[in-house]
Design a protein around this ligand. Sequence first.
Ligand code: ZN
Length: 501
Amino acid sequence: MDIKTALETYRSIQKKLNAYGFATTAVYYDSVTAAPEGGEKERNDAMEILSNITYEIETSPEMLEAVQYLVLHKDELDAETKREIELYNKQSEYMKCIPQEEYVAYGVLVNEATSAWRRAKNNNDFAAFAPYLQKIFDTNKKFSLYYKPDKDPYDTLLDGYEKGLTKEKCDEFFSELRETIVPLVKKIVKTKQIDNSFMFRNYPIHIQHEFSDYIMEKMAIDKKYCAIGETEHPFTLNFNKHDVRITTHYYENDFASSMYSVVHEGGHALYELGSGDKYEGTGLSGGASMAMHETISRYYENIIGRSKTFISLIFPKVKELFHEQFSGVTEEDFYRAANYSEPSLIRTEADELTYTLHIMIRYEIECGMISGEYKAEDLPRVWAEKYRHYLGVEVPDDARGVLQDSHWSGGSVGYFPSYALGSAYGAQIFETMKKELDIDAAIRDTGDLSKINEWLEEHIFRHGAMYDSCDLLRMCTGEEFNAKYYTEYLKNKYSAIYGLE
Ligand code: ZN
C-alpha cells in the first residue's frame, strides 16, 4: 500500500458511509415528523439493517487497513487529513471494542426506547419506560468499559461529547456556577416579579408559523439550505452543509416557547451551514463538539436573542402579527418578559439563569446511574428531591419530571453538561466579539444577524471539527476557558433586569 491508495480507499468508503448516514438520518427524521405510529416495527427493522451495514462498512478490513496505514504515516499527511484520520481512528478504536451483535442490538434498543419514551411521556407512565432507561445506561456503561477498562465510565462518556471533560472538572464548574446562580435566584424570588402574562395569551399557530419564517430571515438563515418542521421536542439534524433541518413545537398559549426554539435551533443550523466548504463530505464537516454546538445555539438564543437590540429589531413585526396580544405592551416590557426568571419544571422552557440548575440535576443523576447509586426505578423520586432542593419546585408528575427530555431514550448519556459548558463558552466568546465588533450597531445597520454570523463563521464555524473545542476557544478568545465570564455575565444581566443590589 501507499498513501495515495490508502487515501483513495478511505475516501471511497467514507462516501458510502455518508450515504448510509444520509439514509439513517432521513428515516429518523421521518419517524419523528411524519411517519404513522403503526409503522414502528417495520421502521425499526429497516433501521436495524442500516445500522448493521454501517457497522460492517466502518469496521471492514479494507477500511481498517487503510486507516491503520494512514495512522502509521500520519506525519506525511497534510494537517487536515491527519486530523481527520486521528478522529476516525479514535472512533474505530471504540467500535472495534464493541462486538457487532451488541452494537446492532444497541441501535435497536435506542429506536425502541425512543418510541417507548414518547408513549410513556404521553401517558405519564414512567414504569413502562424504566426498563429501557436502565438498559440504555447499562449499555453505555458496558461499552465505555469495553473501550477504556481502567477509566471511570462516566469520564469516558463525557469525553465522547467534549474531549478532556471529566467528572472532576464538571464538579468544579458546577460548584462555581452554583455559588453565583443560587443566591441570585433566591434574590429574584423575593423581588417584584416581571409581568409576562401577555406572552401566554392566545397566539394562533398559523401566525406563529409565519413568525418562525420571519425569525429565520432575521437570523439570515438561507432557507434554500435549511428547512423547518414540527416535532414534540425541537432539534436540529444535518444531512450535510446544504441540507439542515430544524424543528420547533408550537403552543397556542405560549409565544416565547417556539420563538426561542427557532432561535436556538437556528443557531445550530448556522453553525452547520457555515462549516468550511473544503470539509464537506469529510470527517471534519460540522461542529467541533457538542459543547461548541450548544455554545452557538445558546449564544443566539440568550446572549443575542434576549438582548435589547434583537428585541428592538423584531418588535415592529411582533406588533404587526400579534397586534391584539401585544396591545399595550412596550418594547421594554417585551425585553423584560423575554428575560423573566423563575424556578420552573421544564428544562427547555427554563430561563437563562435557572437553566444551568436543570442541567446540574441531570448531571448528578447520570453520575448516580453510572456509578450504580441509582436504579431507573428510583429516578422519579430522585428527580423530585433534586428539583425541590435546587429549584424549590414540586414535580407534579413524571411527564413534567423525569420523562421530559428525549436525550436518554436516544442514547445520549453524558451530553447534558455540554449545555452548561456551552453557555459558559458563549459568554467568553461574547467578551471577545464585543471588543472586535459593535454588536448593537451591526444588528441595527443590517437589520439582521448577518454580521454576527460572519464573525462567528470566521472564528468558529469555518473550522468545522479541525480543532478540539478547548483549542478553538483559545484561538478565538486568546485565553483558556474561564467560567467567570459566564458568572459575571449572569450577575450583571439579572441584577440590572431585576434591580438587585
Ligand atoms: Zn441545542
